[in-house]
Design a protein around this ligand. Structure first.
Ligand code: AMP
Length: 219
């Protein structure tokens, strides 16, 4: 099962992709996580991406396509993958089609989380992550049970993403509407797109995504 998960910044894509990874035994491929790893390493790609990410802009298509191409053949993707944050432009979607065709693979589902922009600014501005195990938290919606201590691993180290602030979020939302939203129409024509209400609780959204994955394709 090969899936693309679309959704504006803050829509819960990453959290949901992790849940689906576990439920369906398919690999979550997050281009955002891959880029943040490159930034941490200080690689050439990382240095180019860092400035753009901090400004809330997309990194160039050729760079991100090359990055994705290297991981699709990983053993972890043997039973399928869930693309989280890719494609983000129509040229990326077209490049993905070519890549999959070369590998004799196909996309089974494209799931789009529909959310409200203003709520996303609030959601993103308060979020932070455990530096040790990666568990996600939020100042208002999901603080750790003991302040300053991770519920999962007990670590006391947390980090805020450099691009998780109100100003950058607005830029990221702009990029989403302008560059990423046209992808929906691209997949809708093929009958593989399902839109899901992303404003409900996390568990409800997981249920709706699961239902859409298990449903017969319309096309
Ligand atoms: P994310 O973690 O998915 O929110 O991505 C964080 C940032 O990484 C985005 O705001 C972009 O700057 C960059 N990025 C991630 N995926 C892509 C992509 N497919 N194309 C271009 N830029 C991307």
């Amino acid at each position: 099962m090969n899936i693309v998960l679309l959704g504006a910044p803050g829509s819960g894509k990453g959290t949901q992709a992790k849940r689906l990874e576990e439920a369906f035994g398919i690999a979550q491929l997050s281009t955002g996580d891959m880029l943040r790893a490159e930034v941490k390493k200080g690689s050439k790609i990382g240095r180019t991406a860092d400035t753009l990410m901090r400004a809330g802009q997309l990194v160039p298509d050729n760079l991100i396509i090359a990055l994705i191409e290297t991981v699709l053949d990983d053993e972890a993707c043997r039973d399928g993958f869930i693309l989280d944050g890719f494609p983000r432009t129509v040229p990326q979607a077209e490049a993905l089609d070519v890549m999959l065709e070369t590998k004799a693979l196909k996309l089974d589902r494209v799931l789009e989380l529909e959310v409200d922009d203003e709520a996303m600014v609030e959601r993103i501005s308060g979020r932070f992550t455990c530096a040790n195990c990666g568990e996600g938290y939020h100042d208002s919606f999901k603080p750790p049970q003991t302040p300053g201590v991770c519920d999962v691993c007990g670590s006391t180290e947390f980090f805020h993403r450099a691009d998780d602030n109100a100003t950058t979020v607005r830029e990221r939302l702009k990029a989403y509407h302008l560059q990423t939203e046209p992808i929906s129409a691209y997949y809708e024509k093929r009958g593989i797109l399902t839109r899901i209400d992303g404003m409900g609780g996390m568990d409800q959204v997981t249920k709706d995504l699961t239902k859409a994955i298990e449903a017969q394709p319309q096309g």
